[in-house]
Design a protein. Structure first.
Length: 754
């Protein structure tokens, strides 16, 4: 199936795993084949992280292997059928927004996303996942995140996501069909990576074949070396070698390998059977039934894919042909947008069909909404259009019809941020598997809750805005399942002009620095025997709280622009560990330093002492005469309905705000995006009469261009002896042809020294 392959900057990642060799020796596991050359972090920190991740997992429910009895699959002597799903991206993903620029990058998916997608699949009754996560190769280090960046060299850190996917799936009773290489030139690699380094001729193209991959001994040996490394991996989360894990139902020789010679299929099937004698071998091709797979004595499953075809004709016909050859048949990919859901209903009644696998499922994103993917066959639960909803319902019905249970207990959603934008509080949340909708609610007293909108929003509804925020407002998000079950998020407090960041430490993308901290599953960061540190840059932070494990010993430090200092901590023991709360400062950065245990979550809040949304002149201590409140062009200014603006084309105008002992200042302004804008002039005073100019480096300016006007943020840090802040528009014309493309002030935040 086609996937997209954008260029990629890299997400910072800390391995949570010890090396396969070290774990294998420690557990006394027999390793078939060679000891591979590896590049692995290993060490004490990785071992501690692996142990912490393993502690979060229930024992595997997959204790017996799925077997083949002729054309039938069995488990513990009873017929086994797969309600399948494709989740190709569990190891390495092309849909990760690393830089926060709303563009897809190639990076490892977070443990949260892996768990959420598997939970979503479980909610549909899915019991087998087909995945490309064992396809992870490159040439000459072009993609350093894969398992094999170049021939014979292995990056064991890349196993982290695969280890967790296998361990968590096992705890849920879900199994895998894992492809080992690919016909196509996708981001995660494929067969080309075993021939190009040797200069073997021919393009590895969509419509071409490479006989060298199947015939040249160097390429075959390199591929077997890779397969050997994968199958001999000992999962530190379970202690089980991949080749001995019942969670891996089958190894597929490759994804859509076309025109494969019979002798190669026989040779590779035997190679895999030697290393995983209780696991099945699958093989197939892009279109139709592979004759080589059908004839090979070592192949158990024949995999066929279906796009833009007569599904109701070819699926039963192909299944019959495979069954007559004495093998089990699976429809390994179904392009559901081209098919009627009746193909599932027909498959239910057809004993020759061992499993069906729609292409392909994506779950909730880390910071809100669903993971976007645009190949034309993306499935989101519960569906974003009528046909998708019909297919989602059809998958559940198929699962139930073959005796599988559906529904899972929902986890609560998580508010991940509250931002102040255009005078509104914008609430973002991370969704949860099994939810079909969400209610966003507000309370002023913590007991009586009211809806922010008229009703619930869908799974892509984040963020939601509170157009009239009030001081001390509390927010929560309630997830609602198809059966009407509800789960509420934790409550987050934010008033007008306040900002909140919640970081569950699913990755390090929200942090500004970390030392000696390793990510653990399903979220959080763990320290080894030495101190660990995680730091956030969230300018203007005035309070924070941190959730840690009970055994963690921690301190909190803040940086006010001049240096780091420790702050007093309020410690509370909870049922899940320890909560630390800090307040009474204005910080540019904040960090937690701890030994032992894990840091699970951070909440940082920015609470100004004076916030002016510039809706009128009431909060200003002084202003000049030719200013106005402008409510036009709202659609181009983030929905902001009122800004402070200069009326005159050329006149010098100013406005002043008063706050005793003001220490930090933020002005949010909008200006014309396509040219240099008039700079605002900032000054301070202790008495309101005598002002001194504020200039860089004390004044910092950032400018972000979007679909409308550019958003500029003026920031003043580390003020002293100031009680008044004035902003001025200088006299004179500015802009193209003398037009007044001058900034309009949307928000003012003043912070007093603590």
């Amino acid at each position: 199936m086609m996937m997209t392959s954008p260029a990629s900057p890299r997400r910072r990642w800390r391995t949570a795993l010890a090396s396969a060799t070290a774990v294998a020796v420690g557990l006394g596991v027999a390793v078939v084949g060679h000891a591979p050359a590896v590049a692995d972090a290993g060490g004490e920190l990785a071992a501690v992280a692996a142990a912490a991740s393993a502690d979060s997992l229930a024992a595997s429910r997959n204790t017996a292997f799925v077997e083949r009895d002729g054309s039938r699959l069995t488990l513990n002597g009873r017929t086994f059928r797969a309600s399948g799903m494709n989740l190709y991206w569990l190891g390495l993903d092309e849909n990760v927004d690393v830089d926060g620029d709303d563009k897809a990058d190639v990076a490892y998916p977070t443990y949260f996303r892996i768990k959420d997608a598997l939970d979503t699949a479980g909610d549909l009754g899915v019991n087998v996942i087909r995945s490309h996560m064992a396809i992870s190769t490159s040439q000459d280090g072009q993609q350093p995140l894969v398992l094999m960046p170049e021939i014979g060299e292995y990056n064991m850190e890349a196993f982290a996501t695969i280890d967790y996917a296998l361990a968590y799936a096992g705890s849920q009773g879900i199994r895998f069909v894992l492809s080992l290489t690919d016909q196509w030139d996708y981001f995660h690699g494929g067969g080309r990576d075993f021939i190009a380094p040797y200069g073997l001729s021919g393009p590895w193209a969509r419509d071409g074949q490479i006989t060298a991959f199947y015939e040249e001994e160097r390429a075959i040996t390199a591929f077997q070396d890779y397969v050997d490394t994968v199958m001999n991996r000992v999962n530190p989360l379970t202690g089980i070698r991949y080749g001995d894990d019942p969670t891996i139902m089958a190894w597929e020789l490759g994804n859509e390998l076309n025109g494969v010679p019979q002798d190669w299929v026989d040779r590779m099937a035997e190679f895999i059977k030697q290393r995983g004698p209780k696991q099945l071998v699958a093989a197939g091709q892009q279109n139709g039934i592979s004759d080589s797979a059908l004839a090979s004595p070592g192949v158990d499953l024949v995999d066929a894919h279906y796009y833009r075809t007569d599904f109701n004709r070819w699926i039963p016909e192909d299944a019959r042909r495979v069954a007559e050859a004495g093998k089990a048949y699976i429809a390994g990919e179904i392009g559901w947008t081209d098919a009627n859901v009746s193909v599932l209903q027909d498959a239910t009644k057809n004993p020759d069909v061992a499993g069906v696998f729609p292409w392909s499922l994506f779950g909730n994103n880390d910071r809100g909404g669903m993971v976007p993917h645009d190949d034309g066959f993306t499935l989101h639960y519960p569906g974003t259009n009528e046909k998708m909803r019909t297919w989602i319902a059809g998958i559940r019905e198929f699962s139930e019809s073959i005796g599988l249970s559906v529904d899972k207990e929902m986890d609560p959603p998580l508010i991940v941020g509250i931002d102040s934008l255009g005078g509104r509080n914008q609430i973002s949340w991370r969704g949860t598997a099994g939810a079909v909708s969400y209610r966003v609610e507000r309370s002023t007293d913590g007991s009586t809750w009211s809806l922010l909108l008229d009703g619930a929003v869908g799974t892509n509804g984040s963020p939601v805005s509170d157009s009239a925020p009030v001081r001390g407002a509390r927010y929560r998000v309630v997830a609602i399942s198809a059966e009407g079950t509800e789960k509420s998020s934790e409550v987050v407090t934010a008033g007008p002009g306040e900002r909140v960041l919640v970081d569950p430490l699913a990755d390090f993308t929200q942090t500004s620095a970390d030392e000696d901290a390793a990510l653990v599953a399903p979220s959080g960061a763990v320290a080894g025997s030495e101190r660990a540190m995680v730091e956030w840059s969230f300018p203007g932070t005035t309070r924070a709280s941190f959730s840690l494990s009970r055994d963690a010993q921690a301190r909190v430090e803040v940086h006010d622009g001049l240096g780091w200092r420790s702050v007093p901590i309020k410690t509370t023991r909870t049922s899940n560990g320890t909560s630390l709360e800090v307040a009474g400062f204005v910080a540019e950065k904040i960090r937690v330093v701890w030994t032992e245990g894990a840091l699970h979550r951070a909440m940082l809040a920015v609470e100004p002492d004076l916030f002016d949304p510039a809706e009128d002149f009431s909060l200003m201590s002084a202003k000049s005469g030719d200013l106005k409140i402008d409510g036009t062009n709202r659609a181009y200014l983030d929905g902001d309905s009122a800004r402070l603006a200069r009326n005159s084309i050329t006149g010098a105008e100013s406005a002043t705000w008063k706050l005793p002992d003001v220490n930090r200042v933020e002005f949010v302004a909008y200006s014309w995006p396509h040219q240099e804008s008039m700079p605002l002039e900032l000054s301070a005073s202790s008495d309101g009469q005598n002002f001194w100019e504020l200039s860089p480096p004390q004044v910092a300016t950032t400018k972000e261009s979007g679909d409308g006007w550019a958003r500029e943020v003026y920031t003043v840090r580390s003020l002293s002896d100031a009680a008044y802040i004035r902003v001025a528009w200088p006299e004179g014309k500015w802009g193209r042809d003398g037009q007044t493309w001058t900034p309009q002030i949307a928000e003012v935040r003043l912070f007093a020294a603590k």
